[in-house]
Design a protein around this ligand. Structure first.
Ligand code: MRU
Length: 360
């Protein structure tokens, strides 16, 4: 266990330890931040599922990476002399199970589909060889995300230009990805290039990913950060403190409608009302071009206790009715640009999305 205040060692958000047959996954337990920087070891698929469900690992790209390694872990219990049918059955069972952990971020399904397709195409390979191939694929999903985040940062800085005040919502940083983040990658890259930024951080009710994770990440890197309650964003904009808003996304439909953490939609409307550009930063793995528009994006509803008993303290009367959608959808018309690793999509139209992503 590392104590936040005493360690200077850089802890990766997600680490694979060991080989395909007996290795395991190590995750920063994000539910413990910022008080403690501790890791958990996942040695069976159930603990990977639980880590995703309970937001120990969270953020669209990070849950895709964790799930990809989860498939490798789940196959470790299959006997080395299992038949091809038993192997296929286990792969389908594992990917269906992991896909059930959270419904909104498409990166989860994207990574699982990638693992499933590769696994079901194991012609001529022994179980041992197939396991190794799948671990290599999970490592690729992990490394590619690292690269995509860096590229998003480079494209985003060019788009951002010479601004000082920016606002972000939830956490789209290194904790939500392999490393570096999507929205935060833009801020980190700006800092690397000597640009001074002042980031206003929405606390992000009800689970406080902004306060607990984004503020922590920015402070770790020495970026000036000011925490605000979500309800303060309009006043911050009105006072002219921010000149741009950048958030991540969990799923982007073919027309550009984008699901992200609950509260993002209202920030986008506020930004438009104040003439401030609203940008989304996301890798190509966050696009779901099978969905025509955002109305088809499944929105996760979470436990009412996250609202009535946040962080263990009762803040609402017993028996009160609660609605707790974890995400909302910002219509494409409110998004000034989407920053991807392939380039910037601006204006946000289906044609431009397909052109920049290179998808016909
Ligand atoms: O519920 P969470 O914490 O997984 O929600 C995360 C977000 O909404 C992020 O903004 C999104 O996944 C982008 S992460 C690069």
């Amino acid at each position: 266990m590392n104590n936040l205040n005493t360690t200077s060692q850089k802890q990766e958000t997600i680490t694979w330890v060991g080989d395909a047959q007996s290795g395991h996954l190590v995750l920063i337990d994000q539910t413990k931040l910022p008080g403690e920087l501790v890791t958990i070891a996942c040695r069976d698929v159930e603990s990977v599922w639980e880590a995703i469900k309970m937001l120990r690992v969270r953020g669209a790209p990070a849950i895709g990476i964790a799930a990809a390694y989860g498939v490798v872990i789940g196959l470790q219990t299959l006997s080395s002399d299992a038949t091809d049918e038993a192997f296929d059955e286990r792969v389908n069972e594992l990917t269906d199970y992991l896909a059930n952990s959270r419904p909104t971020a498409v990166n989860l399904f994207w990574a699982l589909d990638r693992m499933r397709r590769l696994a079901l195409d194991k012609t001529g390979l022994s179980i041992e060889e197939a396991r190794k191939k799948l671990l290599a694929e999970a490592r690729d999903v992990h490394e590619e995300d690292r690269e995509m985040c860096r590229a998003i940062g480079r494209h985003g800085v060019a788009l951002l230009g010479d601004v000082e005040g920016v606002l972000t919502h939830c956490n789209a940083g290194g904790l939500a990805t392999a490393e570096y983040g999507t929205a935060l990658s833009v801020f980190f890259t700006a800092q690397d290039q000597g640009q001074h930024l002042h980031v206003y951080v929405d606390e992000t009710r009800p689970l406080l990913q902004g306060a607990r994770l984004t503020a922590w990440e920015l402070m770790q890197r020495g970026i000036e950060a000011t925490l605000i309650c979500d309800s303060m964003a309009a006043q911050v904009m009105r006072e002219g403190r921010v000149q741009a808003v950048i958030t991540g996304a969990d799923r982007i439909a073919a027309n550009g409608d984008s699901a992200n953490k609950i509260g993002t939609y209202s920030i986008a409307i506020l930004a438009r009302a104040h003439g401030i550009p609203f940008y989304i930063a996301a890798p190509s793995s966050t696009f779901d071009l099978t969905l025509a528009h955002g109305d088809d994006i499944p929105i996760e509803e979470r436990n009412p206790r996250e609202i009535t008993h946040g962080f263990g303290k009762q803040t609402a009367p017993d028996g009160v009715q609660v609605y707790n959608p974890a995400f909302d959808v910002t219509p494409a018309e409110y998004i000034d640009a989407i920053i991807t690793e392939c380039g910037v999509i601006q204006p946000v139209t289906e044609d431009n999305i397909r052109e920049v992503l290179g998808v016909v």
